[in-house]
Ligand binder design. Structure first.
Ligand SMILES: [Fe+2]
Length: 239
């Protein structure tokens, strides 16, 4: 991984297992597009939800190995999962059936955009009781977390926060972009992701976000959210 490059902790590159990439070639193109914008390391996070009955862990592991072999040194790849927060997933997590971030004790969790803060807090507590550190995926999407105080409370509870790079730079009156920038300026973000699904509609978009962050945020903080926090996560160390 090149010095100063970004780690994308949220991506859908494992083809044919969720609504992300549809072939190895598309995944390779998505990786090329990412590398060209300054990404040096990617965690592949296929969806796990109780609603996707066809999920197969062995298939995800096999395709991840194929992808890694095809990419070579171009980009460092790790495997994780985007886990939909539900009661049933807790048992699956406890049984070791779900994929953790790079095989370490961090898990990426998503919720419905309308999920209550009470349920998010409860899920964070339950995941921690299983000895995992929860990373909340694209927190800019949740109505309940549109109040920065709630984000801070969850951080105090031990949760880590991820936002999508594509949401940081919107148009002039884009409320989501304004909120992402406020979160970044307040130091309430730990990880960045592209949440890329394909090469067109949900392609990797990091260039504008990196430019904005490098011009508006402290260098040390940018280094933390771009790669230093991910270094710790992938070594299983506490951030
Ligand atoms: Fe995602």
């Amino acid at each position: 991984m090149k010095d100063g490059s970004m780690t994308d902790v949220h991506s859908h590159l494992i083809w044919g297992v969720d609504d992300g990439s549809r072939s190895l070639d598309i995944s390779l193109e998505m990786i090329r597009m990412s590398v060209a914008q300054g990404v040096g390391r990617i965690v592949c996070t296929p969806h796990y939800s109780e609603q996707f009955h066809g999920y197969n862990k062995a298939q995800a592991l096999e395709k991840f190995e194929q992808l890694k072999a095809a990419v070579g040194d171009e980009c460092e790849l790790y495997l994780g999962q985007e886990i939909f927060g539900s009661e049933g997933m807790l048992q699956k997590l406890a049984d070791g059936e779900l994929l953790t971030m790079g095989g370490q004790n961090y898990v990426l969790i998503e919720f419905y955009p309308w999920e209550s803060v009470y349920n998010i807090q409860r899920m964070v507590r339950e995941v921690e009781m299983l000895s995992y550190h929860p990373i909340l995926a694209h927190i800019e999407r949740y109505e309940a977390l549109s109040d920065e105080k709630k984000v801070m409370e969850l951080m105090e509870q031990g949760a880590y926060m991820q936002i999508n790079c594509s949401d940081i730079c919107g148009h002039l009156f884009d409320r989501t972009a304004a909120y992402c920038k406020r979160l970044l300026e307040s130091g309430l973000v730990h990880f960045l992701g592209t949440d890329m699904h394909d090469t067109k509609h949900r392609a990797p978009k990091v260039k504008a976000a990196l430019k904005w962050m490098n011009s508006n945020l402290d260098d040390e903080y940018v280094a933390e959210i771009c790669s230093l926090n991910a270094d710790k996560m992938l070594r299983g160390e506490r951030i």
